[in-house]
Ligand binder design. Sequence first.
Ligand SMILES: [Zn+2]
Ligand SMILES: [Zn+2]
Ligand SMILES: [Zn+2]
Length: 143
Amino acid sequence: MAGESRDDEAAGGPELRRPGPHPIADPVNPAARPSVVGIDVDDETRCVHYHTALDVIAIKMRCCQTYYACKDCHEALADHAIETWPRHEWDEAAVLCGACGSQMSIRRYLESGSVCQACGARFNPGCRNHYHYYFEAAPGPDG
Ligand SMILES: [Zn+2]
Ligand SMILES: [Zn+2]
Ligand SMILES: [Zn+2]
């Protein structure tokens, strides 16, 4: 009973533990996902304004280089007016698929036919009617 403390910590390295029971490996590194700003944003970037099964797109705003769930969230939370992406910058990766977390260029998104080319998730084709809020002179529903 000498009360001597033994230092066992030198043996072995720290053990890496998973934070919880996740039987299915997440194919996307969550840390690589940009965070999305918005009101009541869920894991797939739906927000209080657009929250159907297909509303899984977030768009990086040109004005603040920040991903927002939608323009209405930007209007509510940002202190400045939205800026559209000029056509010559459409190769910028500014669209996020909330389903798989991959980013695509504006051009690729506009040509995607409302399907994520990375994971196959379907996007809301109704977003087409809102392109002009985000992208300069985007083709309308009638071409
Ligand atoms: Zn902004
Ligand atoms: Zn919103
Ligand atoms: Zn995807």
